[in-house]
Design a protein around this ligand. Structure first.
Ligand SMILES: NC(=O)C1=CN([C@@H]2O[C@H](COP(=O)(O)OP(=O)(O)OC[C@H]3O[C@@H](n4cnc5c(N)ncnc54)[C@H](O)[C@@H]3O)[C@@H](O)[C@H]2O)C=CC1
Ligand SMILES: O=C(O)[C@@H]1CCC=N1
Length: 281
């Protein structure tokens, strides 16, 4: 006789691109059984790649959410309303829906799901790939502290987790969500500068990457304000002062401020267009 009961599926991950794989690989590293995770991706070649890499089952969105305790939505904001419409009829009322999409607010998510569905919104970042992620999470109107704890448990395997009011999430997206890209941009610029100064590229890369890592570790472990740490490097009339003077002259501090305002504004614009997509207004 065949067993007709559904397989045990605890977590369904819908949308296995960069961020989806970041979460998936973290779960596997943290000891989750491949059998307790199912995932989906609308690109068949991507689905095959992840099935081979992690030994998980890749299936359809509707199949994935059936029997799942927790459903993670990791598609682009523009793809969210279609995905919600696909899965809404297949969700059990107790299933926790977790969205990682930038901008899309919990009200919009809840509006695309059955009434009372618990929803938690997350803003993660890619350093979770090396278990040094920073994620901020906010509860929707039907999510309880148990739901928040469940999401915290899932994410804390790959880094730190902060619970914040949802009104902070556009700013969080601008700082820690997009933040790795700004730092990679700085690293890239410094490596290039080293090459301009005559260093071989591999030497310049090693110097810059280790300087970035060491500086981050010093900040975290010393607990000192970054201005104090900067002053300790800056000898009167020395090399650092000469360089910092150029950064101030080029308004790099102001550029960071306006850059992050632009990211915050873009997050708000994505939220508005997701709302519009849902209501058709
Ligand atoms: N990449 C990053 O650093 C971060 C991304 N996010 C958020 O994570 C979400 C995903 O971003 P990425 O992974 O970078 O994008 P991505 O484009 O790499 O991945 C999205 C994946 O979703 C799949 N997909 C699209 N519609 C689908 C559907 N209906 N069903 C199943 N699969 C579907 C696509 O084929 C693709 O593989 C976005 O909403 C983004 O705002 C949040 C924080 C950081
Ligand atoms: O660039 C984006 O829209 C996403 C959200 C934060 C990082 N990547």
């Amino acid at each position: 006789m065949t067993d007709a009961s559904p397989p045990v599926r605890r977590l369904a991950l819908l949308g296995a691109g960069v961020m989806g794989e970041t979460v998936l690989s973290g779960l596997i590293r943290a000891g989750w059984e491949p059998g307790s995770v199912v995932a989906t991706d609308r690109r068949p070649e991507r689905a095959a790649e992840l099935e081979a890499a992690y030994g998980i089952t890749m299936t359809s969105n509707v199949e994935a959410v059936r029997g799942a305790e927790t459903v993670l939505l990791v598609v682009k904001p523009q793809d969210m309303s279609g995905l919600l419409a696909d899965i809404a009829p297949a969700l059990a009322p107790s299933t926790l829906v977790v969205s990682m999409a930038a901008g899309v607010d919990t009200e919009t998510l809840e509006g695309g799901l059955p009434s009372g569905q618990p929803v938690v919104r997350v803003m993660p970042n890619t350093p979770a790939q090396v278990d040094e992620g920073m994620a901020a999470i906010s509860a929707g109107s039907s999510a309880t502290t148990d739901h928040l704890d469940r999401v915290r448990d899932i994410l804390s395997a790959t880094g730190r987790v902060a619970v914040v009011p949802e009104r902070y999430l556009d700013a969080v997206t601008a700082i820690s969500g997009s933040g790795p890209a700004y730092l990679f941009f700085v690293v890239e610029a410094m490596i290039e500068a080293g090459v301009h100064l005559g260093l071989p590229r591999d030497v310049s890369t090693e110097l810059v990457v280790q300087t970035m890592l060491g500086s981050a570790k010093l900040l975290r472990e010393s607990g000192e304000h970054p201005a104090i740490l900067r002053e300790r490097v800056t000898s009167p009339g020395g090399t650092t002062a000469a360089a910092l003077r150029e950064l101030e002259d080029h308004k790099v501090r102001a550029a960071f401020l306006t850059a992050m305002e632009a990211a915050r504004d873009r997050s708000q614009a994505l939220a508005a267009s997701a709302r519009q997509q849902r209501t058709g207004a």
